[in-house]
Design a protein around this ligand. Structure first.
Ligand SMILES: NC(=O)c1ccc[n+]([C@@H]2O[C@H](COP(=O)([O-])OP(=O)(O)OC[C@H]3O[C@@H](n4cnc5c(N)ncnc54)[C@H](O)[C@@H]3O)[C@@H](O)[C@H]2O)c1
Length: 254
């Protein structure tokens, strides 16, 4: 099989989580050099041991801290010089709470990570992509396309970064930087276990079945299915695709 990431240098945020880690594995398999960053030091260590590749670099950084983002961008420059693919993926789900009761502190934290953190990464890796161009993939969600009760901050953040993607795609075209979002439906991983428990405390399985009924293909996505889309958008197979929203959602938003 053709290796689509030969000579490509990749940065993945949230790189020790479900979607990020699977994407790192697949890109490495296809020849990339990959730096994963994450706030979770233990998960980074575990990902490093599990992936076990000389072409993998790990770096602990909190994407909501501008200084730490500058530092991981510096590290990327030192390691790679140019960056070909930036998978701007880290995010948190927050909690399932009605809007008038949602803790303000958590609202701010969520926006700091999901919106400001996504922007900081874009801003500080942009100079490393401008010279030769590349692909930025931002992880939005089906929650960026429709509303859901009781998770207003999450939904707000995932809508916001679609606007960020569209503006960046228009600015990036002159530098051959493509920018797109991926928009997964519920994915069978840690984040959904947390949300299922939030929607139906102690009855996660029932909440899951409820979600599944809203997905025409009748099940959650897998990390691998989301990674497959990230690989397509990161590779030259999608070289004329920019400024787009890409559901991987079993028909959920059809
Ligand atoms: N799981 C789903 O059902 C689903 C659906 C749609 C979109 N998404 C989005 O996919 C992305 C990846 O999530 P996932 O499904 O792999 O879940 P996950 O929780 O396994 O991964 C998220 C990763 O982001 C990291 N992270 C959190 N806050 C951070 C911070 N401040 N700085 C750096 N890293 C931080 C976490 O440590 C974790 O490793 C997120 O943006 C999420 O909102 C997930």
């Amino acid at each position: 099989m053709k290796k689509r990431f030969e000579k490509k240098k990749v940065i993945i945020t949230g790189g020790s989580g479900g979607i990020g880690r699977e994407t790192a594995k697949q890109m490495l398999n296809e020849g990339a050099k990959v730096m994963i960053t994450d706030i979770d030091k233990d998960a980074l260590k575990e990902a490093e041991a599990e992936i076990n590749s000389d072409d993998l670099y790990v770096y602990k950084a909190d994407i909501s801290d501008e200084k730490q983002v500058k530092e991981y961008a510096e590290k990327a420059k030192e390691l790679f010089g140019h960056v070909d693919v930036f998978f701007n993926n880290a995010g948190i789900e927050g909690k399932v709470i009605p809007l008038e009761e949602y803790p303000m502190e958590l609202f701010h934290k969520l926006i700091d990570i999901n919106v400001k953190g996504t922007y900081y990464g874009l801003r500080y890796l942009w100079p490393l992509m401008k010279d030769k161009g590349g692909s930025v993939i931002i992880t939005s969600s089906v929650a960026g396309l429709t509303g859901t009760p009781n998770v207003l901050p999450y939904v707000t953040s995932k809508h916001a970064i679609i606007g960020m993607m569209r503006s960046a795609a228009l600015e990036g075209a002159q530098y051959k930087i493509r920018v797109n979002t991926i928009n997964p439906s519920p994915v069978d991983n840690r984040m959904m276990r947390s949300l299922e428990d939030g929607f139906a405390p102690g009855q996660g399985q029932a909440a899951k079945e409820n979600f599944e009924q809203s997905i025409p293909l009748g099940r959650y996505a897998t990390n691998k299915e989301v990674a497959n889309l990230a690989l397509f958008l990161g590779s030259d197979d999608s070289e004329f695709i920019t400024g787009t929203v890409n559901p991987v959602d079993g028909g959920m938003t059809a």
